[in-house]
Design a protein around this ligand. Structure first.
Ligand code: CMP
Length: 140
């Protein structure tokens, strides 16, 4: 089933100069880019994006990290894009991520973990519309 998912290259991976390698990984593995932009999130935008985690002990530090520098937000599109993106990213904790996955290659720790990807169709819809109006999404 053709799907869309939201991907974020987080500030740690942008600072490491890994944007190109991460995009290559997606496109070489059959995902297409339907939207892409670089943004520097405000505190309010980061808190809104991660609102589901607001009761977690790491919420303050996570949002601080997400506003620490620019990030790249993208809509990826393709067959089973949500699952495929999550496979390419690897486990949330890079210490548990499989060899060759993006988090194994580029993450620093469980918080500064290089990339984000939507976890389900409903989340993907909400997360995509958080950053992109319909007009900015192409038919990839
Ligand atoms: P992400 O896939 O963007 O979803 C929620 C984010 O919270 C996660 O990646 C990490 O950046 C962060 N996170 C998850 N678990 C922890 C944790 N135990 N400690 C710190 N940060 C975490």
């Amino acid at each position: 089933m053709k799907e869309k998912t939201l991907s974020i290259i987080k500030p740690d991976a942008v600072a490491k100069g890994a944007i190109g390698q991460i995009i290559d990984c997606f496109t070489e593995n059959g995902l297409k880019i339907a939207a892409l932009k670089m943004i520097h999130m405000s505190q309010r935008e980061a808190e809104g994006f991660y609102a589901v985690h607001k009761e977690r002990p790491f919420f303050g530090s996570l949002t601080e990290f997400m506003i620490s520098g620019p990030a790249v937000v993208m809509v990826l599109c393709g067959e089973n894009a949500i699952k495929k993106n999550r496979e390419l990213m690897g486990a949330t904790n890079p210490a548990e991520a499989a060899e060759g996955t993006l988090r194994k290659r580029f993450a620093t720790d469980i918080e500064k973990n290089a990339v984000h990807g939507s976890d389900a169709p409903e989340t993907a819809r909400t997360e995509i519309s958080y950053f992109f109006p319909e007009l900015e999404i192409v038919n990839a």
